[in-house]
Ligand binder design. Structure first.
Ligand code: EPZ
Length: 438
């Protein structure tokens, strides 16, 4: 399939689409199935590339994975899990960040693991130093080898006390997936408590683990000797739901997102309302629409949960180019997440990025030469352009910008959007977008 998309913009997106399971939960629940000595079933699974990548890696380790993509059901059996060949693992180098989470489960099941060099969106350096430090604290030995790392646990894995320098989602998941079968107790301070993390804890509890989350974001895990499989239905993808909400605002449209769930989106909904968007919530989803009249400029600071999610800001920035006045976005989670604004400025937006922290939140990036604050002046008329998609969320923003702009744009690198937005061409068609792969 070519990945050049012709977009005739200027038409409001109107209609209904369905959002299924959360990309940033489903991939981790798939890894958790490795720990189960009996079969597992995961429901509400979206057909996205991240799921395929993790399914392939599981199969390389002799885990049977059956995926009914129409029903959105994954079935796993890891009874016969075995070590994979290094060259097969290396072939997956750069495909995703998820492989680093295979370490704990494979060490518990096999005593060793080969992990390919990681991929994932280029939105900063995205190191794995927290992950490797945590694994060493559990007793693992980490060796750089070929296109990845070789990990062993010569004296088994034992519980430990971890305090994260930053509430990292991945490092929290690394700790959970390793501690549940380690000898003894583990304490994790400054943990991430995103809804996707809480759903992973629910899965691990179903499997037989003992995990508590205290009010001070300290997670305590008591290691157990065996874990069984699980049956679980994923929470919905709140990032995709918010992306379509921003698309409705930016194009002056009206989108019903079936499957969207209010509790995980409260902070986004407050911001959406402050900008001038409107929404109606029912038991099956959320209707996001532009009620008419001007949009309002606002100040946003991204943060860990329950703050405004970093993945929500890129699509919303496109809507802010249509708001009256100066909006400010202080990105405190990633140091380099405004690269997508270059293409928006090329379309007529007026976005200036700054190294300073333009906000009150404690931030790791101030005065370190990272352009992690942005000021958006609006409203501006967006013009059609030739666009190259930079990463998943930035790419969706470019799509929204092309749909907002008058005229015909050509968007290349569309394949990147398949990583996290299921059937997005089918959804665009359902919303009346005038788009065509060429
Ligand atoms: C997860 O990435 C998500 N990805 C990201 O979504 C999301 O933006 C992020 O969490 C924050 O919510 C998946 O779940 C697959 P982090 P993750 O560890 O776990 C630094 C999307 O578009 N850090 O919470 O990799 C890191 O550099 C993606 O769906 C270290 O310094 O994020 C960043 O500044 C984008 N060392 C901060 O912590 C480490 O060892 C937060 O990263 C690990 C992280």
């Amino acid at each position: 399939m070519t990945d050049l998309l012709r977009v005739n913009g200027g038409t409001p997106l109107k209609g209904e689409i369905t959002v299924r399971g959360a990309k940033n939960f489903v991939s981790k629940a798939m890894v958790a199935a490795l720990l189960g000595e009996t079969p597992s079933v995961l429901r509400n699974v979206p057909l996205i590339r991240d799921v395929d990548v993790v399914a392939d890696l599981l199969r390389l380790h002799a885990v049977t994975v059956d995926y009914d993509d129409a029903a959105g059901v994954l079935e796993f059996d890891s009874a016969n899990v075995e070590t994979a060949h290094v060259r097969d693992i290396d072939a997956h180098a750069g495909s995703s960040r998820i492989p680093i989470l295979f370490c704990g489960p494979l060490l518990h099941r096999l005593g060793e693991a080969f992990i390919p060099d990681l991929g994932g969106c280029h939105i900063g350096d995205r190191p794995i130093d927290y992950h490797l430090q945590i694994l060493r604290q559990f007793g693992a030995v980490v060796n750089k080898q070929g296109m990845g790392i070789h990990i062993t646990a010569p004296r088994g894995l034992h519980g430990t006390k971890v305090e994260l320098p930053y509430p990292s989602v991945g490092a929290t998941e690394q700790t959970l997936l390793t501690a549940v079968r380690a000898q003894g107790k583990t304490e994790l301070k400054n943990a991430a408590i995103e809804p996707e993390i809480m759903d992973l804890i629910a899965v691990l509890q179903k499997m037989g683990s003992i995990i508590s989350v205290d009010t001070d974001r300290v997670i305590r895990i008591e290691g157990v000797d065996r874990l069984a499989g699980y049956e679980h239905t994923s929470l919905p993808d709140r990032i995709e739901a918010a992306s379509w909400g921003s698309a409705a605002l930016s194009t002056g449209g009206d989108i019903y997102v079936r499957g969207a769930s209010q509790p995980e989106m409260m902070t986004f909904l407050n911001t959406f309302r402050k900008v001038g968007g409107a929404f109606d919530i029912d038991d099956d989803g959320i209707r996001f629409y532009h009620p008419g009249g001007p949009l309002n400029s606002i100040v946003i600071e991204t943060d860990v949960h329950p703050g405004f999610m970093t993945d929500w800001q890129q699509p919303l920035v496109v809507a802010l180019t249509q708001a009256h006045g100066l909006s400010i976005v202080h990105e405190t989670v990633y140091e380099n997440r405004f690269g997508f604004t270059d293409a928006l400025n090329g379309m007529g937006a007026q976005i200036q990025v700054y190294r300073e922290c333009l906000g009150q939140l404690q931030c790791r990036f101030g005065q370190r030469n990272f352009y992690h604050s942005a000021v958006i002046s609006g409203p501006t008329t967006l013009r059609a352009a030739e666009i190259e998609v930079p990463d998943l969320r930035g790419g969706f923003s470019h799509l929204i910008a092309a749909l907002t702009a008058e005229g015909t744009s050509h968007v290349s690198g569309i394949e990147l959007i398949n990583r996290g937005y299921e059937h997005f061409m089918r959804k665009l068609a359902a919303l009346g977008a005038d788009v065509e792969m060429i």
